[in-house]
Ligand binder design. Structure first.
Ligand code: 5GP
Length: 173
């Protein structure tokens, strides 16, 4: 499986960018009551690195959603598999995601979390594929903007595997 990937972002490129994002978040959220919300499963390596690169005190909480539809892309019908264990009401919430593709998942998650009346709600993604967007969703922090490739590694899977690759590669089935 690994030999069917062409490297797109090296481990060093990712780590440099993560440190930059961490510094930006530390500046933007200084003195604020922040909850970093990780969207499982794909976000786990990015979330672990980004939170450690952000020199602030904040709470972390995880959410897991699934999009059903039977196809290869999300339908926008989002089901909560695991909800946050932290309240975000009156607090600053930052949703951290691995990749924004059609935008349907984050669109729904964003509306769901906005109903809980956070003081602010922003979105940070490692990867953005804007050419595939089907709904407008404001993405405030972007690690890398990429072309329309199916990518794996650094959290992103192919049939549940390859999440543990330390780099991001294009997968050729
Ligand atoms: P969206 O609702 O924005 O279309 O879906 C985002 C989700 O689709 C991501 O969290 C991810 O699970 C999956 N996804 C989108 N593009 C890719 C990709 O290139 N590679 C992998 N492995 N997953 C992707």
């Amino acid at each position: 499986m690994r030999d069917r990937t062409t490297p797109l972002l090296t481990e060093a490129q990712i780590q440099t960018r993560v440190r930059e994002l961490g510094a930006q978040l530390a500046a933007d959220y200084a003195g604020k009551d922040l909850v970093m919300v990780g969207l499982l499963n794909g976000v786990y390596p990015f979330f672990a690195d980004l939170t450690r690169a952000t020199a602030l005190e904040f709470e972390v909480s995880f959410m897991q959603v699934s999009s059903y539809g039977g196809g290869t892309e999300s339908t926008g019908e989002v089901h909560i598999l695991k909800d946050l264990d932290a309240s975000i009401q009156g607090r600053h919430a930052l949703v951290v995601e691995d990749i924004v593709d059609t935008g349907l998942t984050l669109f729904k998650v964003r509306n769901l979390l906005l109903d809980r009346e956070p003081a602010s709600l922003k979105i940070c993604t490692l990867l953005d594929k804007p050419s595939r967007r089907r709904v407008e969703v404001p993405v405030d922090y972007i690690g890398f903007t990429i072309e329309d490739h199916f990518v794996v590694g650094y959290g992103l899977d192919y049939n549940g595997k390859l999440r543990n690759l330390p780099y991001v590669g294009v997968y050729h089935p």
